[in-house]
Design a protein. Structure first.
Length: 73
């Protein structure tokens, strides 16, 4: 029963999060006549630069902890 409740809450929260993201759209602000156009927004930055390095470090750390744990004596 706990698994069912957890799964249903997870699904409902994910749906509400998607509704919030879709509902928050940024419309361009109106520019008064005679004023220069606002600058363009900054470009999106990639987030995948260090993911491979982070995964490798996490795997190495997990392997070290598993191999050198005191319980495996």
């Amino acid at each position: 029963m706990k698994k069912f409740i957890f799964l249903s809450l997870f699904v409902l929260i994910s749906f509400s999060a998607m509704a919030i993201v879709d509902g928050v759209t940024q419309l361009p602000s109106p520019v008064a006549p005679g004023e220069p156009d606002p600058p363009p927004p900054p470009p999106g930055l990639p987030i995948d630069g260090g993911i491979l390095a982070g995964v490798c470090v996490a795997l190495a750390y997990g392997a070290k902890k598993t191999l050198f744990s005191k319980d495996n004596e």
